[in-house]
Design a protein around this ligand. Structure first.
Ligand code: ASP
Ligand code: MG
Length: 459
């Protein structure tokens, strides 16, 4: 891990901006986003996602579509998305061949995946979404009069070889960036890909679904950016997702600790790992809507002026709860150590834990290219089954309250649980962090609970 350095070492002259899939969905969205970049002279590095919907199609192809006709339909859809942007360019011929070549490559890889899918092939395939969108975005920037250049982030975004959810190597990324990318930033606006990277052998990897935010934060760290901007389709963070509670209100400023809890425990607005590099270098992060930049957004920083007891409520679906019961380990030691050794060996990352004398319940983290509720890898399941009884429950939802001093404030718990009389809580986590109180409920109860709580606490 890189040392935390003081914010005075940050370069106020460099802003890194990231635009998500909806912000680069089509020509209009891309043009809007390009103008946001151009209007801020400090924005030197732009990372973008694939056009909205593209990664989903690529993931479907990577999972192996045996039916040639369906494969064709999917590829036609991909072509249409990119062709429609090309059609609105002044000089489509500047990039038309490159776009065609990438789409042809997608077709070939899709056939391979239908024969034999693999994690490595999946990453190679899904990476094309970002490789395509960056051609289009760079061209739009240039047609708007900017001096922009497309850059292949795989030159600098070094990761390990865990396809589907690769871990970045910040030291290497920094070194490569200083060598290869920083000189470019002196003279041009660099447009590059979120989400993708490459391992030591140069093979394409991805950081997991939604990983572009994380890419942008890693790059902000590597260039010591003064600001990281995350442009999405909502004007920042709200007390909860307005689709859950229409009366949710925007949050103008939130601390790194609160925002990390929020990203980890539900709010889809930021990829959970995004803030790690930003916190490491204490880079202020702005989250805003590319559709309505004038509305402002949320600033995430080290210190904030207000630290309310309750800041926000987040909801995260598709939870998998694993309960491990060791019947003959009563009063014994080493059970948890063994459990976590097995989980670590199989790279299973755990979110929440609750324990009793003979059992431990835990929820699994879920951010790889897959989707749906996470499952225990077969190897881990087998090894755990030798040690104890393994029960797996799905169809659960995690509700988290994020705030400050929650574990030190009298009455904070009763405020929350008073509203929940009618519902069964499957698991509660409280006390480890002053910023978070969360519990698991049946998926069908999640909405009414979240709405009740929001009404009681925030409205
Ligand atoms: N395009 C990738 C995805 O849809 C990465 C991202 O958008 O952040 O997951
Ligand atoms: Mg995204």
């Amino acid at each position: 891990m890189s040392p935390v350095i003081s914010s005075s070492a940050l370069n106020a002259e460099i802003t890194v901006a990231k635009f998500g899939g909806t912000s680069v969905a089509d020509f209009v969205a891309m043009s809007r986003s390009a103008k946001i970049v151009i209007n801020n002279p400090t924005t030197k590095l732009v990372l973008i996602s694939a056009c909205s919907g593209v990664t989903n199609i690529l993931v479907e192809l990577a999972n192996g579509v045996a039916d040639a006709e369906h494969r064709h339909t999917l590829i036609t859809r991909l072509r249409a998305i990119h062709q429609s942007v090309l059609a609105d360019l002044q000089q489509p011929e500047m990039i038309a061949d490159q776009i065609d070549a990438l789409l042809d490559q997608v077709s070939e890889l899709a056939v391979k995946a239908a024969e034999h899918k693999s994690a490595e092939l999946t990453d190679q395939l899904v990476a094309n979404g970002e490789l395509l969108s960056t051609y289009l975005f760079t061209q739009i920037m240039n047609e708007l009069g900017a001096d922009a250049v497309r850059y292949d982030i795989r030159e600098v975004m070094r990761t390990d070889s865990r396809f589907g959810k690769a871990s970045p190597e910040p030291e290497m990324i920094r070194q490569l960036t200083e060598e290869k990318l920083l000189p470019l930033l002196q003279t041009q606006i660099v447009v590059s890909q979120g989400f993708i990277g490459s391992d030591e052998q140069g093979r394409t990897t991805t950081l997991g679904r939604g990983g572009s935010d994380y890419s942008a934060a890693l790059m902000a760290e590597a260039v010591d950016a003064g600001t990281l901007e995350i442009w999405t389709d909502v004007p920042g963070m709200y007390t909860t997702d307005p689709r859950i509670a229409p009366k949710a209100t925007p949050i103008k400023e939130i601390s790194f600790s609160e925002a990390s809890e929020m990203a980890n425990f539900g709010a889809k607005i930021l990829h959970p790992s995004t803030l790690i590099p930003a916190v490491r270098r204490q880079i202020p992060v702005f989250v805003g809507s590319s559709r309505a930049p004038e509305q402002g957004g949320t600033w995430i920083r080290k210190s904030v002026t207000e630290a309310p007891l309750f800041r926000a409520l987040a909801l995260r679906s598709n939870q998998t709860l694993i309960t491990l019961t060791s019947l003959n380990m009563f009063h014994a030691y080493g059970f948890l150590a063994e459990v976590f050794r097995i989980l670590a060996e199989h790279k299973v990352s755990v979110d929440l834990i609750s324990t009793s004398e003979v059992s431990v319940s835990l929820t699994m983290d879920q951010t790889d290219t897959g989707g749906g509720a996470p499952t225990l890898p077969p190897g881990a399941h087998a090894a755990l089954s030798e040690l104890c009884r393994v029960e797996i429950e799905q169809d659960l939802c995690l509700i988290s309250l994020i705030g400050n001093r929650m574990s030190q404030t009298a009455g904070s718990v009763s405020t929350v649980f008073d509203t929940l009389d009618e519902y069964k809580l499957r698991m509660i986590c409280y006390g480890a962090s002053p910023h978070n109180l969360c519990f698991l409920v049946k998926t069908e109860h999640a909405m009414p609970i979240a709405q009740n709580l929001h009404r009681k606490i925030f409205e």
